[in-house]
Design a protein around this ligand. Structure first.
Ligand code: SF4
Ligand code: SF4
Length: 330
């Protein structure tokens, strides 16, 4: 089951060393305040760009690519074409069907964003220093204290920007702000361990317990994900395991049963198991990124289905099993 910690691969190296010798920079695509779904209490969730997995159901497709990306909002566009004139790389074409972004030429410089009088363009992903982001993330410190909340590092996969996240976690811990790590587990242990060591809680995704299907859907070996989960538990760090319940991909009773058994038998620090019901509200994000969302037409799950899956997990001996998300039925 165990193997020696692997080394980071070049594709895992996303953090950027800054001009200032003691600063570390990262690429972040969202800072969500007053979040109540990414750990206990009221939280600020930091979404980091870049993920080693390719889940077809991903709700944050803007987190998959490590680089900043340009998007266009059709409803805001007033058609004055200032963006086209501003672009030094001739990467934009406004057609009757909408804006065409030549992504092989666009370097997300943001000149078109600045030029647009209608805010119809946006670069998703900003380069920011750990100290600047710590200041922004700590803004709701008073709420964190009152509610037992804190800051959650999410994405994408935070461990792809491990140096940046470690620096950020250290700065937050210096202010006594609890930090949680939300990870897919599909990265080398040498990259994950320094973060796990710094956080109070790990939110851990277990999606599909069949190795072939896991690799097919996510592009990453299930073995690595399970090994990392066990290592985290061995360190004594509290965990919340989460499964996205995706019709046709992860929603079989047998899959949930296998995950529950794995938690029961190998992960003694798991405090709760969450089942997250699929929804397709991220459709527009895929469209704006010129990506295909294979689940665009898939509807919501039935409430009874989620309740049945919770029962399956409870029957395996797990005490704290919850589900959340939009569903159909009473
Ligand atoms: S692991 Fe999470 S962030 Fe990465 S592709 Fe899958 S669903 Fe998206
Ligand atoms: S972000 Fe820069 S390169 Fe990309 S379309 Fe806008 S101006 Fe052109």
């Amino acid at each position: 089951m165990r193997s020696s910690p692997g080394s980071p691969t070049p594709s895992e190296e996303c953090a950027v060393r800054g001009e200032e010798a003691d600063e570390v920079y990262g690429v972040v695509f969202n800072l969500q305040r007053y979040s109540t779904e990414d750990g206990p209490g009221i939280r600020t969730t930091v979404f980091l760009k870049g993920c080693p997995m390719t889940c077809p159901w991903c709700h944050n497709p803007e987190g998959m690519d490590p680089r900043p990306e340009l998007v266009w909002y059709e409803a805001r566009c007033v058609g004055v074409r200032e963006c086209l004139r501003a672009c030094p790389r001739e990467a934009l074409t406004l057609t009757p069907e909408g804006m065409v972004i030549a992504r092989d030429r666009c370097d997300a410089c943001g000149a078109c964003v600045e030029a647009c009088p209608a805010a119809a363009l946006e670069v998703i992903g900003r380069r920011v220093s750990a100290s600047q982001l710590a200041k922004e993330a700590a803004r709701d410190e008073a709420f964190f204290r009152r509610s037992g909340g804190g800051v959650t590092l999410s994405g994408g996969e935070p461990a792809l920007q491990a140096d940046f996240c470690a620096a950020l976690a250290d700065l937050l811990r210096d202010r006594d702000i609890p930090v949680a790590l939300d990870t897919c587990g599909g990265v080398s242990w040498s990259r994950l361990e320094p973060l796990v060591r710094r956080v109070n809680l790990v939110l851990y995704d277990l999606k599909q317990m069949d190795e072939g299907r896991h690799r097919e859907y996510t592009g990453v070996s299930l073995g690595l994900v399970l090994e990392n989960a066990v290592r985290i538990a061995d360190m004594g760090v509290p965990m919340w395991v989460r499964t996205p319940v995706i019709p046709g991909y992860t929603d079989e009773e047998e899959n949930i049963r296998e995950i529950a058994r794995f938690i029961r038998d190998h992960l003694p620090t798991v405090e709760r198991y969450d089942l997250l019901a699929f929804n397709n509200t991220c459709r527009d994000k895929y469209r704006r990124l010129d990506r295909i969302f294979p689940l665009a037409a898939v509807g919501l799950l039935e409430r009874s289905k989620m309740e049945a899956l919770v029962e399956v997990a409870r029957k395996e001996g797990l005490d704290s099993v919850c589900w959340s998300g939009a569903v159909t039925g009473k």
